[in-house]
Design a binder for this molecule. Sequence first.
Ligand SMILES: [Zn+2]
Length: 384
Amino acid sequence: MSTLVVRCGTLVMPTETQHNVYILAQDGVIKRITAAADIPSDATYVDAGDRTVVPGFVDIHVHGALDHDTMDATPEALEAMSRFFASHGVTSFVPTTMTAARAEIDAALDNIKVMMSRGTSGAQILGAHIEGPYLNVKQCGAQFPDLIRPANREEYCSWFERGIARLITIAPEIAANADLIDEALLSNVTVAIGHSDADYATAQRCFMRGVSQATHTFNGMRGLHHREPGVAGAVLANDNVVAQLIADNVHVHPAVMNIIYKCKTPAKLALITDAMEAVGLGDGAYKLGPQTITVRDGQARTASGSLAGSTLTLDTAMRNIMTATGCTLNEAVMMCGLTPAASIKLGDRKGNLAPGYDADITILDNQLQVQTTIVGGRIVYNRP
Ligand SMILES: [Zn+2]
């Protein structure tokens, strides 16, 4: 049995803050949080000192990092991503596929499944987010339009049957796409609206049918007009829907980030990175599926000028949302962990620090920079 003890000067959780407590975890799961120190001699002991201990971050929409992409479908890609994300406080993530030929998506999902059972040395893989190909060409963004297609039952059932899909993004205004909602929910796959040109009424109908999330709110969707509120208006107006937000100050203006925050509240606002392979590297030319992407000043764009994923990390997203909204660290931590985890039905294991939760812990310095990351009770990152 392995034991971890973390001494916390300040422990910041989604709805409360505690001081001078110890987190005690056994075999990767938190057993108790106590004021008294009963440290077994064989325990791994971490003294966070005057730093701030928070639940590890959960990224439910992320494509790649460090020249690697989920669509590479290689163990090395997911392993490199796992280590990089951990260095930014992420303790679990959902590798995200994109629009491609079936064989490529099959290979990416098979690779995710292999790496989930094998395990990664940084952040843990929670499953797959299937973003595309069942999207609307009118809102394709950087999704390759030639391979966007209506949902095919045999195809998506084969994806769900792998048992690792956690989330699928669809444009539900296309009838065949809406038809997969029931099957997805039966397979425990959360359905998000995204890359969608639905009008307000259609979007609200999809929420009635079980779509419970919106992919990168305001990006790749019909925007908010005061006489036709579009997908964006439906997402803001419907309290049941979790809104994903790329909080990089580029995809959405900070003032609109603040509007989304006020409408959704932290319990329904999930920060994501949507990061692509350039994150962690510099400006330059990269590939995204069959397209060439140019990164300049950290902004990734296609040849036509569309934003093509981000170079955001989740710790930066956390700091950005605090600046844009004036929210508390508790709220920011909720939006980086518990809300995204709960949105894919993992809110009882991830995103909080309490008995029964996985010992996924991030330690921040007083500038809110990541100092240490612990995944399943194991230290996977220490800032040099
Ligand atoms: Zn997208």
